[in-house]
Design a protein around this ligand. Structure first.
Ligand code: BMA
Length: 397
């Protein structure tokens, strides 16, 4: 197994060999990999170099490393709001998360802020900041119900209505247009050589569709409607809007069999990341084995398709155990050599205590699990932003 240290060493040599590798097509700096940059295939055959490099590097890292992610990390924490440069994860562990999750709910309505009051213009800046820190950016979207105007949790059937020919199709197109406009503004402003290039985004729409709590999931949609919605979304964003900086992540809720996992799967041509959201398993010693089993299943499904597996959402509200990070999350991930091959694990947001007290899934300074979070981050396999190799560099070793 390549250790964290060995990886960083080999990544240092990227800068001096990447040109050579590109010219003569050889692997440099030792180490072995079953993945080559040239063989990487993503949903978008015209994906930008940075986007392809991200996919390639995540695949290369996944066998030995798990990138730690946190939702809304730069926007607010349990006792602060929009303080430049601040992050609860950094407060505790001295570094930013390696994955930043962001949420677009209410963008579809032309709102200035999302459903959790995060201003969209500020969000764009935080996305740029996270990218310049070298981390992965992933976006979810709790979009309102297009039929009723209710929230994402309004279970009124709606997917049939937004498909081509449906009475809300034009409305839905206007939502995707707003998405494209938002993503179009996400450009790098810091790197001298490629200033202005589009920031790669892992887009994770219509998540947790195996449950019935959103209008796009469970009893509220047929598998066929869901697949059509997914494929339409990808085709439209890629081919009509010309977005070539997206990787597409499919994520179910906690399911136990490949059949359940794949019931709504739109096909290998439409998915880059096979994700799973799993919150319930991390409560007790006896249930964490369920998560290990589920992660191993997703890794199997992903690797059979040359895709990436990820724990796209997890956590336990309030982080009730002082050793939760090492004794629950890390244990669940590392209990099996297969489950450990996920590329990242993202915990949900640290809601501001004034708006939603106790609703935090990450650590924060002064919380009783903070010392354990530091132990967690010191583990050989866990990576925060300060340990990442250049994820966006072609050839990426
Ligand atoms: C949920 C909760 C909600 C939030 C939503 C979208 O799980 O955190 O409070 O509005 O995610 O971020």
């Amino acid at each position: 197994m390549m250790t964290k240290r060995a990886w960083m060493k080999s990544s240092d040599c990227l800068s001096v060999t990447v040109l050579l590798m590109a010219v003569v097509g050889i692997a440099g700096c030792g180490g072995s990999s079953s993945v080559s940059y040239e063989s990487v295939r993503v949903v978008d055959s015209e994906a930008t170099g940075e986007t392809r490099a991200l996919f390639y590097n995540l695949r290369r890292l996944a066998p030995d490393h798990v990138l730690f992610g946190h939702q809304d990390d730069l926007a607010y924490g349990v006792d602060w709001w929009a303080e430049p440069g601040r992050s609860d994860v950094q407060d505790v562990a001295g570094a930013y998360p390696a994955v930043f999750g962001w949420e677009l709910g209410h963008l579809e309505n032309g709102a200035e802020a999302n459903l959790d009051s995060v201003n969209f213009e500020q969000m764009k800046n935080w996305i740029r900041e996270g990218y310049e820190a070298g981390s992965v950016i992933t976006i979810s979207w709790h979009m309102d119900n297009p039929v009723t105007g209710g929230s994402a949790w309004d279970r009124t059937r709606a997917v049939y209505a937004i498909l081509p020919g449906g009475e809300k199709h034009e409305l839905f197109i206007s939502w995707l247009d707003r998405f494209a406009e938002f993503v179009g503004d996400l450009r790098s402003d810091g790197w001298l050589l490629s200033k202005g290039h589009p920031i790669p985004i892992v887009f994770r729409p219509y998540h947790e569709h195996t449950g019935s709590w959103f209008w796009w999931g469970g009893e509220n949609v047929t598998p066929d409607e869901y697949k059509q919605l997914w494929r339409f979304t990808v085709d439209y964003l890629r081919d009509e809007k010309g977005l070539h900086n997206l990787l597409y992540a499919y994520s179910t809720d906690a399911v136990n069999t490949p059949e359940e996992y794949l019931e709504h799967y739109p096909g290998d041509d439409y998915v880059d990341v096979l994700g799973i959201d799993d919150y319930q398993a991390l409560r007790t010693d006896s249930t964490i084995t369920d998560m290990t089993r589920r992660l191993a299943m997703v890794v199997d499904l992903a690797e059979a398709r040359d895709k990436i597996a990820a724990l796209t959402e997890t956590g336990l509200e309030g982080v009730p155990d002082d050793d939760w990070w090492t004794n629950r999350l890390l244990r669940a991930i590392t209990a099996d050599p297969k489950s450990q091959r996920i590329a990242w694990a993202l915990v949900w947001r640290n809601a501001n205590a004034r708006t939603k007290p106790g609703h935090h899934f990450g650590p924060y300074a002064g919380h009783s699990s903070s010392a354990d979070f530091v132990r967690f981050r010191e583990s050989e396999i866990v990576m925060l932003a300060d340990e990442l190799p250049g994820l966006y560099r072609a050839g990426g070793k």
